[in-house]
Write a protein that binds this ligand. Structure first.
Ligand SMILES: [Fe+2]
Length: 386
């Protein structure tokens, strides 16, 4: 049905660009109520999102159509783009212009938007942030001369290689800042498919069933002409092996340790108090010692308000000291009490994702898609309501 020439379609990328241009459509989400409650398209203005399940249109077309605004351009969304195409075809004869989101929420969850992080021309550095918008996951490609490093890539690792190739660079390393629980890593796949060496700290992947090099504290990774240097900083707490990457002393890729307005949750290993103590030392005895102008580039974000006007999700250490409510000076005891009191529920699927990221569980494509549905829940504090 989605092939019908009568139904106008929009891709996830086009939808995102419309939203960024300040021209968001009204989203009519026709998934069931439970799916809608778990995950929606975020960043829309007020009164721009409504859930009318697909079956409601089947049961009572007239009544359902009455609930759809007639003065707005409508984009209809479902899980995969099939039932939304059907609903869009119902709306057209009623004089409502409706487009179908191609590929539905799965396509939305797979959309990666690449934004260059500004850096001085003389630095020899090209730094790109890959924003997986639907999941609020961030990953990076660092390029210097003809060499590239991917950091925290998603399982769609081809797009990282394509970016490097577009800049005449070859991928020389892939790094995970830690063992991810919310999404499937592209690191091992990049090694297996393309022979790119994979780096992650041993603490997180002991017993993993793939080759890797442990990323030790203080390791220095030269890139290209060696003008660009990446230093690994062991920053445990979100996981025992969490490692941040300091690029040219100016950019700190923090993984899930420090976000723009929160910190990484320390409870994913069922050792919340112990890991929160590690996190306290990491945040206030290591990261807080860095200069104010170091730019924090995290692996996740909580909402569009954490995005700068240029589209990059980032903040400086100095800004975080003032605006990040969890990165405020507290005694260790106060910090533990604050963090442990604000932890959201851990999604059950995270255990499967961890096992898959260790190579100890194989997920087929359908299972991988299912496991990655929904936004990340890696922050220690809940994001504001969408
Ligand atoms: Fe994480």
């Amino acid at each position: 049905m989605s092939d019908s020439p009568l139904i106008e379609e929009i891709t996830a990328d086009e939808l995102y660009r419309d939203m960024r241009r300040g021209n968001p459509p009204f989203i009519l989400d026709v998934r069931n109520e439970e799916e809608f409650a778990n995950w929606v398209i975020e960043g829309l203005p007020a009164n721009s999102l409504r859930n009318i399940p697909y079956f409601a249109f089947l049961e009572d077309e007239e009544e359902s159509v009455k609930q759809v605004p007639r003065d707005r351009e409508i984009t209809v969304v479902c899980a995969k783009g099939g039932s939304s195409a059907f609903v869009a075809s119902i709306l057209a004869p009623h004089g409502i212009r409706a487009r179908n989101l191609q590929g539905g929420m799965i396509a939305w969850g797979d959309l990666h938007v690449t934004t260059r992080v500004p850096s001085p021309a003389a630095s020899g550095l090209s730094l790109f942030q890959m924003n997986r918008v639907g999941k609020r996951c961030l990953s990076y490609v660092v390029i210097s001369d003809s060499e590239a490093i991917a950091i925290d890539p998603s399982r769609h690792h081809e797009s990282y290689l394509s970016l490097a190739q577009a800049h005449n660079a070859r991928m020389v390393r892939v790094i995970d800042t830690h063992l991810h629980a919310d999404h499937l890593s592209g690191g091992p796949g990049m090694t297996q498919s393309w022979g790119v060496p994979y780096y992650i700290r041993l603490d997180d992947v002991a017993g993993a069933r793939f080759p890797y090099t442990s990323l030790e504290d203080g390791a220095r990774l030269a890139l290209g002409s060696s003008v660009v240097e990446i230093i690994a900083l062991h920053t445990p707490g979100h996981t025992p092996g969490s490692t941040s990457l300091l690029v040219n002393d100016k950019y700190l890729l923090t993984g899930d340790t420090l976000f723009v307005s929160s910190i990484g949750r320390p409870d994913l290993g069922d050792k919340a108090e112990e890991w929160a103590q590690l996190l306290y030392r990491t945040l206030f005895e290591r990261i807080a010692c860095l200069p104010d102008d170091v730019l924090i580039l995290p692996a996740h974000y909580s909402g569009a308000e954490e995005m700068r006007r240029d589209g990059v999700v980032a903040t400086t250490i100095g800004e975080a000291r003032v605006h990040n409510s969890v990165f405020q000076r507290r005694t260790e005891q106060e910090f533990l009490e604050f963090v442990l009191a604000h932890l959201p529920t851990q999604p059950r699927v995270y255990q499967d994702i961890r096992l898959a990221n260790l190579g100890r569980k194989v997920l087929d494509e359908d299972q991988a898609v299912e496991a990655e549905l929904g936004p990340n829940q890696c922050a220690a504090t809940l994001p504001p309501p969408a």
